[in-house]
Design a protein around this ligand. Structure first.
Ligand SMILES: CC(C)(COP(=O)(O)OP(=O)(O)OC[C@H]1O[C@@H](n2cnc3c(N)ncnc32)[C@H](O)[C@@H]1OP(=O)(O)O)[C@@H](O)C(=O)NCCC(=O)NCCS
Length: 171
């Protein structure tokens, strides 16, 4: 059996307490707040688990919006619009447990997240996927996968049009 991505559930009660990614904030979020947020429909947490039911990594997704002005003025989107805000999907948290780092799991999990966002964008409008890297190392990780930084903001994004080209098999 292979590792698989599933929605966080009460079955992960013990495994989520053992998760250690090197960021206390991200560990604590999974252990204490992710399920609560999910029940309130603020976000959905996806867990990458192996056949031993260990959590390799996790990410969260939620609907969000961004101020259109800078993005449109700087021609960062492949279109013009007069809307003041743009609908996006936010990967709010993303982390791999330290014991599984450097083995390609981050790449697999990010690909899962981006495919899922692409599929959702055929049902609900969202013109980009955003992340908020927690430090320079995370920024470098996202740069590798085609995310672009927003000037003067700790936000990075990929346009949905680019994602649809990459994951065209899903539409
Ligand atoms: C950043 C993180 C998700 C990477 O996960 P990982 O499983 O070690 O990454 P992978 O092994 O899948 O690496 C995939 C590619 O990214 C590169 N990479 C991994 N971490 C990187 C980093 N910090 N900076 C630059 N490149 C990185 C790898 O070299 C690899 O490149 P390759 O495909 O050319 O070989 C993980 O280290 C982590 O959870 N860190 C703590 C939390 C965090 O920073 N979250 C990010 C959002 S805030």
């Amino acid at each position: 059996m292979e590792a698989k991505v599933v929605v966080l559930s009460p079955l992960h009660k013990d495994a989520k307490k053992s998760f250690k990614c090197g960021s206390d904030f991200l560990d604590k979020y999974l252990a204490q707040f992710a399920f609560q947020d999910q029940q309130k429909k603020l976000s959905v947490c996806f867990v990458f688990e192996n056949p031993s039911e260990e959590i390799i990594g996790y990410y969260t997704l939620n609907a969000s919006s961004i101020d259109a002005k800078n993005i449109i003025d700087q021609r960062l989107m492949p279109f013009k619009t007069n809307y003041q805000t743009l609908p996006i999907i936010l990967i709010g948290r993303f982390a791999i447990d330290q014991q599984f780092k450097g083995k390609g799991y981050g790449k697999k999990l990010l690909s899962d997240a981006l495919k899922r966002c692409t599929q959702q964008a055929h049902q609900i409008g969202a013109c980009a996927v955003f992340v908020e890297p927690k430090d320079e190392s995370a920024r470098q990780f996202y740069l590798k996968f085609g995310f672009r930084g927003l000037p003067d903001q700790n936000k990075m994004f990929i346009t949905m049009q680019n994602l649809i080209k990459i994951y065209s098999v899903f539409h």
